[in-house]
Design a protein around this ligand. Structure first.
Ligand code: NAX
Length: 328
């Protein structure tokens, strides 16, 4: 039998954690033949709640679940981790400035990066979900100098999936008919969902839609502001859809993208498409054998260029801000 894969999840007692852990334990993260051992990290006040979730995980009798351990110490939680899902973060509360938010999260993601550096397994793959996800991932990555930078990613797969759903609805097709959609930039309201390279049943999606006004005034803002719309409707932020996207992100990273398709992942820039080197920005990405690659050579039109640049400028500002705070 295979040795279990160690999956560390932070913020395990939160609402995304609750939607995520059962799917990991059932085999949807890594595959139906891969046993997993969960290592949950929480703050001390939430350890009891995490223990309750662990009891429920026991009660599911998942054949692939080799065990659940709960920690309030990052060094222990990341020890031997093969996959790390960094979900727990400090949310923005009333009266909090952006600098305060970045600083509070630096206090979480710096020690977690250090803990990953110190004890994670050689094949560690990190997905940051907790916001501001791209910059939190950058902070963690900068404090893990012995881990290859490409192992640190941030989640824009929820945005990607939201864009697929909106485009499928507009054009009356199934999401499965849509390929090569891209989210560029930051996981924030400045993100740019790009359909100019997307294909719908083999035809160019922008040509199928043929409605620039819908694109600019409906599609892009709907995708970018979907998180706020969910809060408005549900009275709580996206949880099951965020968990589902996290499952998709890691599953695709480990198991590969389909031939003739790609996905969106925020990954460390090599300077492609004018995105400054080192920023963790969303790109069109293919994956194979557990490694990702940025899709090269796409033509970027004026409409896209302006929007990609705006989102990337925001990421540069966030990087400058965390530098000034001494977090990286
Ligand atoms: P919750 O507030 O329900 O849960 C967060 C959990 O993290 C809490 O249980 C808290 O105790 C724990 N936590 C806080 N600091 C911690 C630390 N230092 N170590 C370990 N655990 C810690 O939030 P939830 O709705 O689960 O959302 C989690 C994060 O995901 C938020 O930052 C949220 O903004 C972000 N999101 C990111 C998305 C994305 O697409 N990248 C979409 C969904 C979501 O908004």
């Amino acid at each position: 039998t295979r040795t279990p894969v160690n999956v560390t999840v932070t913020g395990a007692a939160g609402q995304i954690g609750y939607a995520l852990l059962f799917r990991i334990a059932s085999g949807q993260l890594l595959g139906a033949d891969v046993p997993v051992r969960l290592r949950l990290l929480e703050i001390p006040q939430a350890v009891k709640a995490a223990e309750g979730t662990a009891m429920e995980l026991d009660d599911c009798a998942f054949p692939l679940l080799a065990g659940v351990d709960i920690f309030d110490d990052a060094t222990k939680a990341f020890d031997g981790a093969n996959v790390a899902l960094l979900v727990g973060a400090r949310p923005r509360t009333k009266g909090m400035e952006r600098g305060d938010l970045l600083e509070a999260n630096g206090g979480i993601f710096k020690p977690q990066g250090e803990a990953i550096n110190a004890g994670a397994a050689d094949d560690i793959k990190v997905l940051v979900v907790g916001n501001p996800a791209n910059t939190n991932s950058l902070i963690a990555q900068q404090h893990a100098p012995d881990v290859p930078a490409e192992r640190f990613t941030a989640m824009t797969r929820l945005d990607h999936n939201r864009a697929l759903a909106q485009l499928a609805k507009k054009t009356g097709v199934s999401v499965a008919d849509i390929k090569k959609l891209t989210i560029w930039g930051n996981h924030s309201a400045t993100q740019y969902p790009d359909i100019f390279h997307a294909e719908i049943a083999g035809k160019n999606a922008a040509e199928v839609v043929n409605d620039q006004q819908w694109l600019a005034d409906d599609f892009i803002p709907t995708v970018a502001k979907r998180g706020a719309a969910i809060i408005e409707a549900r009275g709580a932020s996206s949880a099951a859809s965020a968990a589902s996207a996290a499952i998709d992100h890691v599953h695709t990273w480990v198991n590969g993208t389909a031939e003739g398709d790609w996905t969106s992942m925020a990954v460390v820039s090599d300077g492609s498409y004018g995105v400054p080197e080192g920023l963790i920005s969303s790109f069109p990405v293919t994956t194979k054998d557990g490694k990702w690659e940025i899709v090269q050579g796409l033509e970027v039109n004026e409409f896209s260029r302006t929007r990609i640049d705006a989102s990337v400028a925001e990421l540069s500002e966030e990087r400058d801000a965390v530098r000034k705070l001494g977090l990286i």
